[in-house]
Write a protein that binds this ligand. Structure first.
Ligand code: AMP
Length: 393
């Protein structure tokens, strides 16, 4: 692995985003960039400097598949007073993931990205096998981003953790059945509501894999997207209820220009379904407009969203099968932001979460030359979205 050049290294350290304590150390030691190599080949500044000031630096994003070497790297970073922001993902990276990495790089010296498609959060009949896997492109995106971060003097993507399933589930094979065999984290009733009602093992899998990842990586801060609203509540609860020594940061949802939330699953949509898939965001925006107009009661807020969904559904049903994109609305919800339980009225001191899920059905009568997306338009695509209704008092 090539060593990072000294000017680049110093530029990296000059960042305003570097925590205050570290900046003090930099001022003390920046004039003596005597380079030495630690046992593990990690380059350090000045062998005579106190250990806390010996910043471990690697040129390239390191890829780890096993726990022990990652833990060793984590110890080095800790001893060098560096902070780790963790971005857990299932790969198939897009700008939404990248925005999380960017936020983590603004607030930490090191960003670690995990790429692992966790089997226990997929039900037995769900799309685990067809979940998009794009390892090479993901790594290229992360390396490109890391070069940009270096130029900007931000924190760096120093590790990608991509374990296999034996590593993540060391004593028993992952089980997606109910009740299932294995060691799981369950949250009741939160894990059974909304997404959990449609996908009964989903949050058990999410909470369990995140507990594992947090224990392995010991991040200072974990970064999650608002795109998965209920997941953010699960993660906050996980950290609080199990006294995990990390902070949770939620980053805003990245969207296409028309408002569609970016998702790894969008690659399955194709042209025809993509045009209709915006229905969910449109419906939620109509409900949001009611809240902004001063409505606080559930019925008053939700009815235009339900109405919009129904109208677009009828429009599609009345088209020729060769032209239409059918969908099913799974739910439209107005929920308490802390519990995700349905509410009859918005408490203005807390606000609420408007959320929904639709299932885009397989394309009927695909046409010659039609752009059908990955899977030829035959994979049903479940889309979720949400809008935070901010407290007004
Ligand atoms: P996933 O790979 O889908 O499990 O997502 C990994 C992380 O990226 C989660 O914290 C998601 O909430 C977040 N994420 C996914 N899509 C978006 C998006 N469009 N905007 C912001 N964050 C996102």
């Amino acid at each position: 692995m090539a060593a990072r050049s000294a000017p680049l290294f110093m530029a990296h350290l000059r960042t305003a985003a570097v925590p205050t304590a570290r900046r003090c150390l930099l001022r003390s030691f920046a004039p003596v960039p005597r380079v030495s190599f630690a046992r593990n080949g990690i380059r350090c500044l000045s062998s005579t400097a106190p250990r806390r000031s010996a910043f471990a630096v690697n040129d390239l994003t390191q890829v780890f598949h096993d726990v022990a070497p990652l833990r060793k790297f984590r110890r080095e970073l800790l001893l060098n007073n560096r902070t780790v922001g963790l971005v857990p993902t299932m790969g198939a990276l897009h700008e939404g993931h990248i925005s999380l990495v960017r936020k983590a790089a603004e607030e930490n010296t090191d960003v670690w990205v995990t790429i692992y498609v966790n089997p226990t959060q997929f039900g037995l009949n769900e799309d685990l096998a067809s979940y998009p896997k794009t390892w090479e492109t993901d790594m290229e995106m992360l390396r490109h981003l890391d070069r940009q971060l270096a130029r900007e003097g931000k924190g760096r993507v120093s590790a990608v953790f991509a374990p296999n399933t034996n590593t993540m589930y060391p004593t028993s094979p992952p089980d997606s059945s109910i009740p299932g065999v294995g060691s799981f984290i369950e949250m009741r009733p939160l894990g059974q509501l909304l997404e959990g009602a449609s996908r009964p093992v989903f949050f058990r899998g999410v909470a369990t894999v995140c507990m594992k990842l947090f224990n392995i990586c010991e991040p200072d801060v974990v970064y999650f997207g608002q795109k998965d609203a209920q997941q953010t509540v699960v993660i906050k609860k996980l950290v609080k209820d199990f006294h995990l020594n990390t902070r949770v940061r939620i980053c805003e949802t990245s969207r296409e220009p028309d408002g569609l939330a970016l998702s790894s699953r969008n690659v399955y949509l194709g042209e025809r379904r993509r045009a209709v898939a915006i229905v969910l965001n449109q419906a939620l925006r109509k409900a949001e407009a009611q809240y902004i107009a001063g409505k606080r009661l559930r019925g008053d807020i939700l009815w235009p969203a339900v109405d919009h969904g129904d109208r677009i559904q009828h429009e599609q049903e009345n088209l020729q099968p060769s032209k239409r994109a059918l969908f099913q609305v799974d739910y439209l919800s107005l929920a308490d932001p802390d519990t995700m339980e349905e509410i009859d009225k918005v408490d203005e001191t807390k606000g609420a979460i408007l959320s929904g899920a639709v299932k885009m059905m397989p394309v009927e009568e695909p046409q010659e030359g039609e752009q059908l997306g990955l899977g030829g338009g035959q994979v049903a695509v479940r889309l979720i979205d949400n809008i935070v209704l901010q407290p007004t008092r």
